[in-house]
Ligand binder design. Structure first.
Ligand code: GLU
Length: 424
């Protein structure tokens, strides 16, 4: 594997700067027009709102809400909304840019966007979360639109928040527009298969990579970091394909068992335990910092950004990393992984299953006709395999890492969009 990588000398304090470093590196390698590069270095639209919410104790708390549209060159912008305490404009900008590249990689007719509210959803009541979600949707009524900007869940949000936002949006605009938001519960226009889709994409990418590496899934072990929507489905689907899951973990605890963890037992445990793993008895509890560097063939970081760093990258034992989370590898760690010949399937490919089925949901909403889960999964798997193959081929063509190849693949498409339609 080539050692081409980005600006590894210095750590990036800004997440968006880190995206730009990778964007610049890919642009240089593929010879992207400097005009197009300049367009993509600047997000198209950034909206920040203050959301005053009456809390259950009667006080009023003001929350910051963000939505950044990075690009619309390939279609309306698409991307999730996250609820977390560290949400800020720089992070939302970075995540919006990744959505542009992710949608292009997955061959979806979308640009990229991201939103977020700075809050701690775990510390809020259901009523407070509903009022906050509705206030955000109302404030963003001119940003969102079924053919303009289409949000979805991300960290800290789920179908529940999407249903509230859809209802609020519909009330404000005065019509029923289910396709304005995806990741909805099935009963209000969601798609079968959407919930598991990001984890499913991780599974399809893992199998595709193992095939290229001539490794048989039944002889392979995996560690999955994160047991939320992405990690839990990824662990389940990987184990269903015969891969032995030896390590799992979430923000409450991490576990390792070299004989393999019964993932169904872990899922059942979490379902009864406030959706967290702390207290699980099917494996030995280990330090969170040990999980990523424990012995395994495949490592799936499916929790947070910047967990693979210069400090732990040298100790990673996996041969293959499949990025379920957005931005789990700090840019400075890319070079270390490349030097160790670890194949890293980057986030913008590995976790694009979620937005792919969001696209199917939007298509079904527009058509008013709904598919079976099998239809959704079959179409998803095919799209994912095509995306994987294109990036694998570009990685060989440009002698680059899979990450830079994914950026290049996205940039080739967006460059065409800009050239054919114009920059605005
Ligand atoms: N938030 C997810 C992501 O980062 C899904 C986005 C979507 O479905 O629009 O890919």
């Amino acid at each position: 594997m080539s050692t081409q990588t980005v600006n590894n000398a210095q750590a990036h304090e800004s997440m968006f700067e880190a995206v730009l470093a990778r964007l610049d590196a890919a642009a240089k390698l593929m010879n992207l027009s400097s005009d197009v590069l300049n367009v993509l270095r600047n997000p198209q639209k950034e909206v920040k709102v203050s959301l005053p919410i009456t809390m259950d104790n009667g006080s009023i708390q003001v929350f910051e809400g963000y939505r950044t549209v990075h690009s619309t060159h390939l279609g309306p912008s698409k991307g999730g909304i996250r609820y977390a305490l560290d949400v800020n404009s720089d992070e939302v900008r970075a995540l919006a840019a990744w959505m542009s590249f992710k949608c292009a990689v997955a061959n979806l007719p979308y640009g990229g966007a991201k939103g977020g509210i700075k809050c701690d959803p775990r510390a809020m009541s259901v009523g407070e979360l509903e009022r906050l979600s509705r206030a955000y949707a109302k404030a963003m009524k001119d940003v969102f639109g079924v053919n303009r900007d289409i949000p979805a869940p991300d960290m800290g949000t789920s179908g529940r928040e999407m249903a509230w936002m859809l209802d609020e949006y519909n009330k404000v605009v005065g019509e029923d527009s289910p396709g304005v938001i995806t990741g909805k519960p099935i009963a209000v226009g969601g798609s079968l298969g959407r919930d598991a889709a990001t984890g499913r994409g991780v599974m399809v990418n893992t199998l595709a990579a193992l095939k290229k590496m001539n490794l048989n899934p039944s002889q392979v072990t995996a560690v999955v970091q994160g047991f939320g929507n992405v990690g839990s489905h990824a662990a389940r689907l990987l184990s269903e394909k015969g891969i032995k899951i030896v390590g799992i973990g979430d923000h409450t605890a991490s576990y390792y068992n070299e004989k393999g963890i019964d993932i169904q037992a872990a899922l059942d445990f979490a379902a009864k335990n406030n959706r967290v793993l702390k207290g699980f008895t099917g494996a030995t509890e280990i330090q969170a910092s040990e999980l990523l560097i424990s012995k395994c063939d495949v490592l799936v970081p499916a929790a947070l950004q910047n967990v693979i760093t210069v400090d732990n990258a040298t100790k990673i034992q996996a041969k293959l990393i499949v990025e379920g989370a957005n931005g789990p590898t700090a840019p400075e760690a890319d070079q270390i992984l490349n030097d160790k010949n670890i194949i890293c399937i980057p986030d913008i490919l590995a976790n694009s299953g979620g937005v792919t089925v969001s696209y199917f949901e939007w298509v079904q909403n527009k058509a008013g006709y709904y598919w079976t889960e099998e239809e959704v999964n079959t179409k998803h798997d095919l799209k994912m395999e095509i995306a994987f193959e294109a990036i694998w081929n570009n990685s060989a063509k440009y002698k680059s890492s899979m990450r830079l190849a994914a950026y290049i693949t996205a940039l080739e498409k967006i460059e065409l969009g800009v050239k054919l339609k114009g920059a605005y």
